[in-house]
Ligand binder design. Structure first.
Ligand code: ATP
Ligand code: MG
Length: 499
C-alpha cells in the first residue's frame, strides 16, 4: 500500500563484508519534504546504508520500496534514473578529466548527436549546473586536478543536483567545505525540502545535525538504535544513543605548557608561494600551535610547505640546522604530517592497515640485517590500532575498505607510532566520531607533555580554541592574527581576523 508522504522505505536491510556485519536488519522510512539526519560512530554503517540506497552496492537481505514500488538499483545511474543521487564521503571525481566531463560522467549520451559528443554543449550545461548551485568561480573546462578539495566537492554537488533528484544523499560533505561552501549546501537542501523533496544528511557534527535536520536516524554497530523527530533532539541523548554509554562531552582539555625553554623545533622564514605571502612561523617545544582561517586562506598549503611537499618560491623551513626541502628530509628530521586530503596524500589505500601503520617506522622496527620480525610488527600495529580503536576485520584488510573515519584513524596511527618530535596535523579529527576525537585530543596533550611540538591546522574553531596554546589566524595568504590562548579568547574574535 502506498503511504502518503513516504518516499522510501528500507525494510530489514542487512549487509556483511566477510566477518563484518555492516548493516544488521535496519528498517527506516524517509518522508517527503524532510531533511533526515543520519548519525553514528565511525564504522556504524552510515555510508553502507546510503550507498545501497544510491545504487553503489546491493544489500544481502531485505527490501527497498520507492514510491510504493519495489526498488533494486543495480548501478548509480540506475538510482539516478529513479530520482536518487548522492554526494559521496570520499572524493569521487576523475582527476585527469575536465570539470564538465566529470559533471556528466556516465550521462554522455545526453550530449551525443549522430555519434558525436557535443563538447561545447556539455561545457555550457556544466556551467549552468554550477551556476544553479550558486557557484560562479569554477571554469568547467579546467582540469579536475587543478581544483581545490572544496571545489571538487562543489562539482560533485552540481553533478548530483543536475538530475533534479527527489532524494539527495549527502555523505559527510560539510567537513570538506568552507563556510561559503556550507552555506551553499544548506541553502540547496533547504530549498529541496521546500519543494517537498527529501535529503539524507550524514554528519558527525551534532550541532550541525540539530540545526539542519528535521528528523534523525541513529545507527550503532550496524543496527538501528532510534529515529528522533526534531522536537526530541537533545545533544546528550543523541550522543549517548550513538555511543551506547554516557560520555564526557567536555573533551577539550587544554593543558599547561610545561616546557619553558622555548626551544624552537621548526622554523619557517619568509615563506612565499602562490597566495602565501612572506609567512614567518616558529613552532616551540611542548606547545600546540593552532592555525585557523577559511579553507582557502593558505593554511593547508602552509602545512604542505612545512613538510617539504611543496617547494616555496622564497623562504626556508628548518629543523635545527637542517633545511626541509622534501618529505624525506622532513621525516629524517622527525617531522610527521597528516594531510587533510587523506586518500591522495596521507594513505596508500590499496595497501593493508598493517603496511600503512608500519611504513614510516620500518627502519626502527627492523632488527639485525634489516629483517622485520612478524611478531614485532603485529604487536606494533595492534598497539596503535587499539589506542585509536580502529574498526577492522584484521590488520591485513586494505585501507580502501575501511569506513571513512577509520581511514583517518590509520593516518593518525601511522605517525603516532613513528614517534616523531614534530607533528604537523592538518584537520586531524576530520570525519572522526566524538568518542575517538576525545582520545586523539588526550593523545595530543600527552605528546605535548613529553616535549613534542604540534602544529594543528584546523577549520573548527572550538577545536582550535579548546586545544591550542597559541593561535595564528590566516587570511588571503597572510597571518592576520596572533593570539595566546586564555579564557578571554572567543570564536567571534578569531572570525574577525579570518574574513
Ligand atoms: N568494501 C568493504 N569491504 C570490507 N568492509 C567494508 C567495506 N565497506 C564497508 N566495510 C565495513 O563496514 C562497516 C561499516 O562501514 P561504513 O563505511 O558504512 O561506516 P560509516 O558509518 O560510514 O563510518 P564513518 O563515520 O567512518 O564514515 C565498517 O566496519 C567497514 O570497515
Ligand atoms: Mg562513512
Amino acid at each position: 500500500m502506498k503511504e502518503k508522504n513516504v518516499l522510501l522505505i528500507a525494510n530489514q536491510i542487512s549487509k556483511s563484508f566477510e566477518a563484518t556485519k555492516a548493516l544488521d536488519d535496519v528498517s527506516i522510512k524517509l518522508l517527503r519534504g524532510e531533511i533526515v539526519g543520519l548519525i553514528g560512530e565511525n564504522g556504524s554503517g552510515k555510508s553502507t546504508l546510503s550507498s545501497i540506497i544510491s545504487g553503489v552496492q546491493l544489500f544481502d537481505h531485505g527490501e527497498l520500496i520507492l514510491n510504493g514500488e519495489s526498488y533494486l538499483p543495480n548501478t548509480v545511474l540506475d538510482a539516478i534514473e529513479h530520482g536518487i543521487s548522492m554526494v559521496t564521503q570520499e572524493q569521487a571525481t576523475f582527476d585527469k578529466l575536465p570539470v564538465f566531463a566529470n559533471i556528466f560522467v556516465g550521462r554522455e549520451h545526453l550530449f551525443s548527436e549522430k555519434g558525436f559528443l557535443q563538447v561545447n554543449k556539455m561545457k555550457r550545461e556544466a556551467k549552468k549546473a554550477l551556476e544553479q548551485i550558486g557557484v560562479q568561480h569554477i571554469d568547467p573546462s579546467s582540469n579536475m586536478s587543478s581544483l581545490t578539495f572544496e571545489e571538487r566537492k562543489l562539482a560533485e554537488l552540481a553533478r548530483a543536483l543536475y538530475s533534479e533528484p527527489s532524494l539527495l544523499v549527502i555523505d559527510e560533505t560539510s567537513t570538506t567545505l568552507s563556510k561559503t561552501g556550507r552555506d551553499i549546501l544548506y541553502r540547496l537542501i533547504a530549498s529541496m525540502r521546500d519543494e517537498n523533496k527529501t535529503v539524507l544528511f550524514i554528519s558527525h557534527d551534532i550541532d550541525e545535525i540539530m540545526e539542519v535536520c528535521d528528523s534523525l536516524i541513529i545507527l550503532r554497530d550496524g543496527k538501528l538504535i532510534n529515529t528522533l523527530k526534531k522536537e526530541d533532539f537533545r545533544p546528550e541523548t543523541i550522543k549517548e544513543q550513538m555511543i551506547g554509554r554516557k560520555i564526557d562531552t567536555d573533551f577539550y582539555q587544554r593543558t599547561e605548557c610545561i616546557f619553558t625553554t622555548a626551544e624552537k623545533m621548526l622554523v619557517g622564514r619568509n615563506l612565499s608561494y602562490k597566495s602565501l605571502d612572506d609567512i614567518n612561523i616558529e613552532l616551540i617545544q611542548g606547545e600546540i600551535l593552532g592555525i585557523g582561517g577559511l579553507t582557502d586562506c593558505g593554511m593547508h598549503l602552509l602545512g604542505q610547505i612545512l613538510f617539504g611537499l611543496v617547494r616555496p618560491d622564497f623562504g626556508s623551513v628548518t629543523v635545527g640546522n637542517k633545511k626541509i626541502t622534501t618529505p624525506i628530509a622532513a621525516t629524517k628530521s622527525s617531522v610527521a604530517y597528516i594531510s587533510k586530503n587523506r586518500d591522495d596524500e596521507a594513505l596508500l589505500t590499496l595497501m593493508s592497515v598493517r603496511d600503512n601503520i608500519c611504513l614510516p617506522t620500518l627502519n626502527r622496527l627492523s632488527g639485525l640485517f634489516g629483517v622485520i620480525s612478524k611478531k614485532i610488527e603485529q604487536n606494533f600495529v595492534n598497539e596503535w590500532a587499539n589506542v585509536l580503536q580502529i574498526k577492522m576485520n584484521n590488520m591485513n584488510q586494505a585501507v580502501l575498505s575501511l569506513s571513512g573515519g577509520n581511514k583517518q584513524k590509520v593516518a593518525v596511527a601511522k605517525w603516532l607510532g613513528f614517534n616523531a618530535d614534530i607533528f604537523l596535523f592538518d584537520c586531524p579529527t576530520r570525519g572522526i566520531d566524538i568518542g575517538v576525537k576525545a582520545s586523539i585530543y588526550a593523545l595530543m596533550n600527552e605528546l605535548k607533555q613529553r616535549g613534542k611540538a604540534i602544529l594543528m591546522i584546523s577549520e573548527e574553531l572550538p577545536e582550535l580554541i579548546g586545544m591550542s596554546d597559541r593561535i595564528l589566524i590566516m587570511k588571503d595568504g597572510k597571518i592576520t592574527g596572533d593570539f595566546v590562548c586564555d579564557e578571554e579568547i572567543s570564536e567571534k574574535t578569531l572570525i574577525q581576523y579570518m574574513i
